[in-house]
Design a binder for this molecule. Structure first.
Ligand code: NDP
Length: 245
């Protein structure tokens, strides 16, 4: 691993696949110290083995962002391991697509719990500590779906609009904490493999196959925001495939 200008302790939620995993790899390779969280701890253990094999610093911890106690334990684990928290990447998210008329209310709840409540629990768990330290950086993964609404994605879009709204509010209230929103377009990951209505998921999968950019492209955008001087807050990066309309 190379040494960055400033080595940071970075917590990443949802680091067991896709964008979170790519970000963990990218930041560890850049010399940062990473705490990776998700429910699939077997994936995280494998990631830790690989990163450490390349002389990177990555530890992991079981995390369910829908449970406040679990998010707090995750943050405590990072503090035990590294002694401080510089960056939290609120990345964990789910996107089961379906028309609203299908009334898949359990999936609406899950999107709200993971995408919105999970992000808020993350903020709640690190904010006091960052204030004590006199600074910190919260990176929230929203989406192009936080800028526009598409059929079968109403609730998902609503959660991503919410992520952008709460990020902007936090930014306005903060003078020592940087807040960055990352809004990806179609990105190669496992996002479309979990739930949703068969037809809606198949349509999105077909589009993703045609369009998707690699998760590493989003990881690099996150790395760019982290590497700016403390006085510079990159508020939002929208990164989408050139061919995406
Ligand atoms: P993946 O499905 O590959 O990754 C999602 C991650 O979230 C997994 O690591 C999963 O881990 C984790 N996760 C899900 N539920 C929970 C939970 N309750 N607690 C903790 N972790 C959880 O998809 P992506 O990489 O694509 O998704 C990452 C983020 O990027 C999401 O917020 C998504 O909305 C956003 N995004 C993705 C786009 C894309 O096209 N792929 C476009 C725009 C935004 P585990 O199941 O092991 O807990």
């Amino acid at each position: 691993a190379s040494t960055p200008l400033e080595k940071k302790v970075v917590l990443i939620t949802g680091a067991s696949s896709g964008i979170g995993e790519a970000t963990a790899r990218h930041l560890a390779a850049a010399g940062h110290q990473v705490m990776a969280g998700a429910r699939r701890t077997d994936r995280l253990a494998e990631l830790a083995r690989e990163v450490r094999g390349a002389n990177g610093a990555l530890d992991h911890c079981a995390l369910d962002v829908t449970r406040r106690d679990s998010v707090e334990s995750f943050v405590d684990a990072a503090l035990d391991r590294y002694g401080r928290i510089d960056v939290l990447v609120n990345n964990a998210g789910v996107m089961p697509l379906a028309p609203m008329a299908d009334l898949r209310v359990d999936e609406w709840d899950r999107m709200i719990d993971v995408n919105v409540r999970g992000t808020l629990y993350g903020i709640a768990a690190v904010l006091p500590r960052m204030r004590e330290q006199g600074g910190g950086h919260i990176v929230n993964i929203a989406s192009v779906a936080g800028h526009r609404v598409d059929p079968t994605a109403a609730v998902y879009c609503a959660t991503k609009y919410a992520v952008r709204a709460l990020s902007e509010g936090l930014r306005q209230e903060s003078r020592d904490i940087r807040v960055t929103v990352i809004s990806p377009g179609f990105t190669d990951s496992e996002l479309l493999d979990r739930g949703g209505a068969v037809e809606a998921q198949a349509a999105a999968r077909a589009a993703a196959r045609q369009l998707a950019i690699p998760a590493s492209a989003v990881a690099e955008a996150i790395g760019f925001a982290l590497d700016q001087p403390a006085t510079v807050d990159v508020n939002e990066i929208v990164v989408r495939p050139t061919v995406q309309g």
